[in-house]
Design a protein around this ligand. Structure first.
Ligand code: IMP
Length: 187
């Protein structure tokens, strides 16, 4: 039996996706709903690391957090680490207004795991893609405007987002490491 693993976030959508992805690896995830301070930093890694330490201090249990960001080539990587703030201010419509022909973008996810004070493991992955010309589909966050490479529709319209997303790829790396660790420690 694996020890309990928590996912700290205020975002129920993220948790549901992470839970569904990790269940395929036999890892069960519990929701630790909380609002973690978002620091301003240049990379998602720094933000995720900070949030994981904070989450561990709050729940004192093995915990993962995620920091994600949308990096748009024509905007020199913006909003990147500021994706949350940009979504809450100008939103998808604001992003669409800023773009013309060049629509390349990358969605990145960094998963940070902490089970001991000041000891954080990071797992990063990204998906190349482009920004759609208009909003397509519903769902949450940037899903209605991000079309992953090799697809013709947005994350919102994909039936199997959880099998191709930036979150899936980062969590797969985490799951392989975590399961190996559990076996090595005889749990
Ligand atoms: P966060 O800082 O990791 O919470 O995410 C930054 C921003 O990207 C937030 O506005 C999220 O809603 C958005 N976001 C993160 N992951 C996804 C996703 O898988 N689909 C759509 N939007 C996302």
């Amino acid at each position: 039996m694996l020890s309990s693993l928590y996912f700290a976030s205020s975002n129920q959508n993220k948790f549901e996706e992470a839970k569904s992805i990790l269940s395929e690896f036999g890892i069960s995830l519990k929701f630790f709903k909380c609002s973690l301070e978002e620091i301003q930093a240049d990379t998602l890694e720094e933000i995720a690391q900070y949030k994981a330490n904070l989450a561990y201090r709050l729940c004192s249990k093995p915990v993962i957090v995620e920091d994600a960001g949308l990096f748009i080539t024509a905007l020199k990587g913006f909003p990147g680490p500021y994706s949350s703030f940009v979504f809450d201010t100008i939103g998808n419509k604001g992003i669409l207004k800023m773009l013309s022909k060049q629509r390349r973008a990358l969605f990145q996810s960094v998963i940070a795991y902490c089970e001991r004070k000041q000891d954080v493991m990071l797992f990063e992955a990204s998906v190349q893609g482009k920004i759609s010309k208009k909003l397509q589909g519903k769902r949450w966050g940037y899903d209605p405007i991000f079309i992953p490479e090799g697809q013709t529709v947005t994350y919102s319209q994909l039936k199997n987002k959880n099998k191709v997303s930036h979150r899936y790829l980062a969590l797969r790396k985490f799951a392989n490491w975590y399961l190996h660790k559990q076996i090595s420690s005889g749990r």
